[in-house]
Design a protein around this ligand. Structure first.
Ligand SMILES: N[C@@H](CCC(=O)N[C@@H](CS)C(=O)NCC(=O)O)C(=O)O
Length: 220
């Protein structure tokens, strides 16, 4: 049995964890679930992840969920892709991991599943609210990248970049995709050049955004 077994679905919140496992060069088993077939709601899967969501990562057979937490744990276990404990960059690392996971990801959840926060019939209002949170977040990230740093924390790539880049892709069909913000456009182009990002898209059978060189065109 391999140390890691990832339960994922193509192009979803599991992509950042899948990507990081490839970046780490770790051997892992992968089960790709078909969300349209409700494979994430079966009794067997709910025993692994009672939320009925992806990702779930088994580590030595024990299941764990929450994508950002999984990234941070993998970074800790392998001593890569996170600033050292006690280092000056640690504050920015924790700030961005939590900001992306606590503010941006829930807003995307509301954008993609607007009936959840608002109830049936209020979807448009929920989407408008989600959009304003998402766009405000792109503004903050764009400002953080304004000194032309290569990565979110500076010159070293980190787990925060895997999370951020995945979320940039999620905005590709929104009225103002993240890459309408100039620093985010340059950053995303740099991230798209990473072989492991191209590889994770290949393994998940996803071609849009990665193959088309991103999405910089406003749709509204
Ligand atoms: N906070 C969770 C969010 C996971 C999540 O929302 N996953 C979505 C895919 S992007 C999912 O499983 N959706 C199916 C569903 O909710 O039924 C995490 O970061 O792992």
């Amino acid at each position: 049995m391999k140390t890691y077994h990832l339960y994922a679905a193509p192009a979803t919140a599991s992509l950042c964890v899948h990507w990081m496992l490839i970046e780490l060069g770790e051997a892992f088993d992968l089960t790709l679930l078909d969300l349209a077939q409700q494979e994430h709601k079966t009794p067997a899967y709910l025993r692994l992840n009672p939320n009925g969501r992806v990702p779930t990562l088994l580590v030595d057979g024990q299941p764990h969920f929450e994508a950002a937490a999984l990234l941070m744990w993998l970074a800790e276990r392998h001593g890569r892709f996170a600033p050292a404990l006690g280092s000056a960059e640690r504050g920015a690392y924790l700030q961005w991991m939590f900001h992306l996971a606590n503010t941006l990801m829930p807003a995307f959840r509301a954008w993609f599943y607007p009936q959840e926060p608002a109830g049936a019939g209020q979807e448009e209002a929920a989407k408008a609210q989600a959009r304003s949170v998402i766009e405000a977040c792109w503004g903050r990230v764009n400002d953080a990248l304004a000194d032309d740093r290569a990565y979110l924390l500076g010159e070293a790539v980190s787990a925060a970049d895997f999370l951020l880049t995945m979320l940039v892709r999620w905005s590709r069909n929104m009225p103002r995709p993240a890459e309408c913000w100039p620093q985010l456009a340059a950053y995303s182009e740099r991230m798209r050049a990473r072989p492991a990002l191209q590889e994770v898209h290949r393994r998940e059978g996803v071609t849009d955004w990665i193959a088309s060189g991103g999405s910089r065109t406003p749709r509204a």
